[in-house]
Design a protein around this ligand. Structure first.
Ligand code: PMP
Length: 453
């Protein structure tokens, strides 16, 4: 069979049966057939975590081509926070697609883009006047935030942190800290990028102000604050390991940036949009960046990204200096407006906090009898466990990989992350039910128990 039989697939969205259901081994024969085609048609560098072909998703499940229903603890990497194929998003997409799919905002502007900018200006941290510009991907938002900061300051240098992840384009992989798989063999890298130590309480044992002092000292000595155009930081580091900085770290970095005229960029591509229990993670740290980059959760799965921030910084670029053919596509903007409504009407920030509490309690219970869980950490529904050798605290990437593999085989989508590859992260759609989430974590716990050293 060479084409997908779409008619055989269930319709996605919240009406899908909310259950874990295995009708074949994972992967089943149909998924195997499709993934064999992937191997011969798709570039090897584009890898995948879960060896099944998805045909429908919604609520808290992903259904594969063999009819298996997997519990979703990944949300397509923190994207479908409102739930996959949310009916309001589907309708907005369908209605807009029937009107027009593209004019190019730089050719003939349309209201949807402007409405998204207005919403972002109101929602993001900081009660100063703001502007937004829309793009397609998180990496593109980060690229543009750096461009804007350089143009505004007339400076070249940019600082990023240990364990940072900002994307895979040349500039953003240069900002990213981890060599394998993101950078190795893909150089040369962009110039004028400097790296500072971050706050990683589990490993550095420092208070927030101590960690900030260390980072600032490195940057002052190696670059000079007055040379820096921008400091970019994830308020909760995502790919680097769901690292929550110690209290006081981010405000101290902000104070220094403000004093030195450095544009402070919060990369909230992964932590944004209700995920951490507030609309943006920055809010929980008393942290007010000058610019915020967003993507992922912004539009219910449609590709959209943004840079939002202080009007004087955002407006510094000359006309025509920012943009792109597809940036702020009208269908993606319609999806974003519907998605942002859902965050509010369904109080998904509150839901993320509740799901986070549930996850923390369950994971801490497992940790109490399994010291290989070095730390349970996270914010809201952005939760993780760091797996280590209990005697030495050395990262145990093999264990994380084995547990993820075993959980996937039992029908739970779970992702790893971390500079050392030893973190299991849990990012359920905020539309998941408590029971399904609990079942998913139970499967992970028994997978962990099953991989005894
Ligand atoms: N910044 C952060 C914090 C991210 O987590 C990601 C994606 N994982 C990106 C930027 C890049 O986003 P994209 O994959 O949409 O380019």
């Amino acid at each position: 069979m060479s084409t997908l039989e779409a008619s055989a697939a269930p319709v996605g969205g919240p009406a899908l049966a909310q259950e874990r259901r295995l009708v074949t081994a994972i992967p089943g024969p149909r998924s195997q057939e499709i993934l064999a085609r992937k191997a011969s048609a798709v570039a090897r560098g584009v890898a995948h975590t879960v060896p099944v072909a998805a045909v429908a998703a919604g609520g808290g499940v992903v259904v594969d081509a063999d009819g298996n229903s997997l519990i979703d603890l990944g949300s397509g990497i923190a994207v479908t926070s409102v739930g996959n194929a949310h009916p309001a998003v589907v309708k907005a997409v369908q209605d807009q697609a029937a009107q027009f799919t593209h004019t190019c905002f730089m050719v003939s502007p349309y209201e949807g883009y402007i409405a998204v900018a207005e919403r972002l200006n109101a929602l993001t941290p900081g009660d100063f006047e703001k502007r937004s510009a829309l793009f397609n991907t998180g990496a593109e938002a980060v690229e543009n935030a750096i461009k804007i900061a350089r143009h505004f300051t007339g400076r070249a240098a940019v600082a990023a942190f240990d364990h940072a992840y900002h994307g895979r384009t040349t500039l953003t992989m240069s900002l990213t800290a981890k060599a394998m798989p993101y950078k190795t063999g893909f150089g040369p890298f962009a110039p004028e990028i400097y790296r500072a130590p971050t706050s990683y309480p589990f490993r550095d044992g420092l208070t927030g102000p101590e960690a900030a002092k260390k980072a600032i000292s490195v940057l002052e000595k190696q670059v000079g604050g007055d040379q820096l155009a921008a400091v970019i930081i994830e308020p909760v580091q995502g790919e680097g390991g769901f690292i929550v900085p110690a209290d006081g770290f981010l405000p101290a970095i902000q104070e220094w940036c403000n004093a030195k005229g450095i544009v402070l960029i919060a990369d909230e591509v992964q932590s944004g949009f209700a995920r951490t229990g507030t609309m943006f993670a920055s809010e929980q740290f008393g942290f007010t960046p000058d610019l915020v980059t967003t993507a992922k959760g912004i539009a219910g799965g449609m590709p959209l990204a943004a840079v939002t921030g202080r009007a004087e910084i955002m407006d510094s670029s000359h006309a025509g200096g920012l943009g792109g053919t597809y940036g702020g596509n009208p269908v993606a903007c319609a999806a974003a407006l519907a998605t942002m409504d859902v965050y509010e009407t369904e109080d998904l920030a509150g839901r993320a906090a509740a799901l986070g509490a549930l996850m923390r309690e369950k994971l801490e219970t497992v940790q109490a009898s399994d010291p290989r869980i070095g730390e349970v950490r996270g914010l809201g529904a952005m939760m993780a466990i760091e797996l280590v050798d209990p005697a030495t605290k050395e990262p145990d990437a093999a264990l994380a990989g084995a547990v993820a593999k075993a959980a996937i085989a039992e029908g739970v989508v779970v992702l790893t992350c971390g500079t050392y590859g030893n973190v299991l992260r849990f990012l359920p759609p905020l539309s998941i039910g408590d029971d399904l989430l609990a079942e998913g974590l139970d499967v992970v716990a028994s997978a962990l128990a099953g991989v005894k050293a």
